[in-house]
Design a protein around this ligand. Structure first.
Ligand code: ATP
Ligand code: MG
Length: 558
């Protein structure tokens, strides 16, 4: 490709709405262009890297035995049956000219399952792993970071169907291995974390997280290999016998001191001396009071797992009054019509401060005996510095970008859609299903987050838009043009992916662009031409080398 003929424009300035380097660089290098919030066009270079990434994923998926097909993005709303509510406003909904309600697919569990249901009847046709690389639509509340969180994005989604749990375990492990191969091949530094299944049902779920400070997810990791996102990370609990003498609780006037930090100075106590009470409504029918030490946070996902339910929200002022308390002064003494759930570590607290369920009052020196707890569970959020539940070492916290997610769905969808097979005894059973996603466009961003410097992108060889770039220093110099053209044609004939910068522009500007777009090898055909030489610059290291044309003609760039 000749840059003079290509649709190509780079920008010196970062786009105003860009906060992270992958977003800035992709726009500046002319890889992508914003259509509207969360929606991006792919320009020639962007499309090339996207196709290359797709191909790495496709090759590994095919090698695993998975079978590629393509569902539609435009779907009748009833295809999502019970999940229309779950997706809520995230789903793009529209009407066709006959008034039939349609939507744009945010995920395709039901769609694949219906296809399988109609075609697969016998255990002899199983197991099956089907996949597609397809545009997904989600009306994200906060689209941001360029391709990282879009309203329209490319996903590789796969679905496995097996006769039993053992089969599902095998398919799931095969996909986990395939994902490891894909992300290793891309040279990404990633961790696999145990994740919460959320409201999607099923028995296991893991996320593939690319390590990055700009990642939206916090991950708790340990040297022993334990890694979990904070929604799932376990906290250890060891009961301690305290020698401190338990006192009797006393009512203390604490006007306007509503938060834990408000109380620290006036009472001369530490946050950990207080019992934090947070009130939630679960599925809009049950009020739950969660108790954790004052210096810790409630992990809502762990709480809902402990009490059961789907939807968790902060309780309103009225909800708090209905349990006999007052917002800002909630405690666990004399509450009505609610369930009190305390974190295990609360068992070790003595002589603590707790809300008195009365405006402007707290109790000091309260103890476990004073409060009524319905359930003790692990509900506090794990944090760096905690003790690892597996090995006893100290946990650390890192940030990650979720590029892949694998789930065991079991019969969540196959029961709902009556997707069954006949076993060898002629008995009808539900298929066991798994679902496996890779955010393709998000992975491109993650690749740049891990592979860039202040000059621009540095693509891994397999993803780079071209293997080699030839830059003509001065297009008015016929000798340079002649040699560069010769080299260019030689590479083209050899099937090497080459791009030629033949623009009428300064060498400085052309080199800046070359570094920005991140092609691994840059050959500058300039003043050395007279001696039969050109300069090779290795983008990653900046290393420069003078090589003869003869030598360069024989190169086989990969
Ligand atoms: P997130 O927690 O980031 O919102 P998710 O858990 O909703 O993602 P999944 O339904 O598991 O996402 O989708 C599979 C993969 O698709 C994710 O692991 C992620 O890489 C990618 N993905 C999800 N939402 C987006 C988005 N809005 N833009 C780009 N990629 C996305
Ligand atoms: Mg996910």
């Amino acid at each position: 490709m000749r840059i003079s003929k290509m649709f190509f424009k780079t920008f010196k300035e970062d786009p105003q709405d860009a906060e992270i380097k992958s977003h800035k660089l992709m726009v500046r290098a002319g890889y992508i262009k914003k259509q509207t919030a969360g929606v991006y066009m792919f320009l020639p270079l962007g499309l090339r890297v996207l196709h290359k990434l797709e191909n790495v994923i496709r090759e590994e998926m095919d090698k695993s035995g998975a079978c590629e097909m393509q569902m539609t993005s435009l779907l009748p709303i009833e295809a999502y049956a019970s999940r229309v509510e779950h997706f809520g406003k995230d789903m793009f909904r529209l009407f066709d000219r006959t008034g039939k309600e349609m939507c744009l697919g945010p995920s395709h569990e039901e769609i694949f399952t219906n296809v399988v249901k109609d075609a697969v009847t016998s255990y002899k046709q199983l197991p099956l792993i089907l996949y597609q690389i397809q545009t997904k639509f989600r009306d994200e509340v906060r689209p941001r970071f360029g391709l990282m969180r879009g309203k329209e994005f490319l996903m590789k989604d796969a679905y496995s169907y097996d006769v039993d749990q053992e089969g599902l375990d095998k398919s799931y492990n095969l996909m986990a291995e395939t994902y490891k191969k894909i992300f290793n091949r891309l040279g990404l530094d990633f961790v696999i974390v145990n994740a919460d299944n959320g409201s999607m049902g099923g028995s296991a779920s893991q996320e593939f997280m690319v390590k990055s400070n700009i990642g939206e997810d916090e991950i708790i990791v340990c040297e022993c290999g334990y890694a979990a996102n904070t929604e799932k990370a376990e906290c250890t609990f060891v009961e301690e016998k305290s020698n401190v003498e338990k006192k009797s609780k006393k009512l203390t006037h604490t006007p306007n001191l509503k938060t834990i930090s408000d109380l620290v100075e006036p009472l001369g106590k530490k946050e950990s001396d207080m019992l934090k009470a947070v009130v939630y409504r679960i599925d809009n029918k049950q009020t739950v009071v969660a108790l954790v030490p004052g210096d810790r946070e409630v992990e809502e996902t762990k709480l809902i797992r402990a009490v059961g339910g789907i939807n968790i929200e902060m309780a309103s002022v009225e909800d708090i009054e209905a349990i006999g308390s007052v917002a800002g002064f909630v405690g666990a003494i004399d509450l009505v019509n609610c369930k009190v759930v305390a974190d295990n570590s609360v068992k070790n607290m003595v002589n603590f401060i707790i809300g008195a369920n009365k405006m402007d009052y707290h109790y000091e020196d309260a103890n476990l005996e004073d409060i009524k707890v319905d359930l003790f569970a692990d509900i506090k959020r794990a944090q760096a510095g905690d003790v690892c539940a597996r090995c006893g070492r100290t946990l650390q916290s890192i940030r990650g970008i979720e590029v892949g997610h694998i789930f065991k769905q079991n019969t969540r969808y196959t029961e709902e859609l009556q997707c069954k097979y006949l076993d060898e005894f002629g008995k009808s059973n539900y298929m066991q299903m798994g679902a496996y996603g890779i955010g393709v466009t998000r992975t491109l961003s993650a690749l740049i987050e891990q592979n860039a410097d202040d000059k621009g992108m540095i693509w891994p060889d397999e993803i780079a838009p071209y293997a080699v770039e030839i830059v003509i220093a001065n297009v008015k110099n016929s000798e340079q043009v002649e040699m560069a053209e010769k080299l260019y044609n030689q590479y083209l004939n050899k099937g090497i992916e080459v791009i030629l910068d033949d623009r009428i522009d300064s060498i400085g500007a052309k080199l800046k662009d070359a570094e920005l777009i991140g092609v691994s090898n840059i050959i500058v055909v300039g003043k050395n031409t007279a001696d039969g030489n050109a300069e090779l610059i290795v983008r990653k290291t900046g290393e420069k080398q003078v090589l003869s044309f003869e030598n360069l003609m024989n190169m086989s760039w990969k």
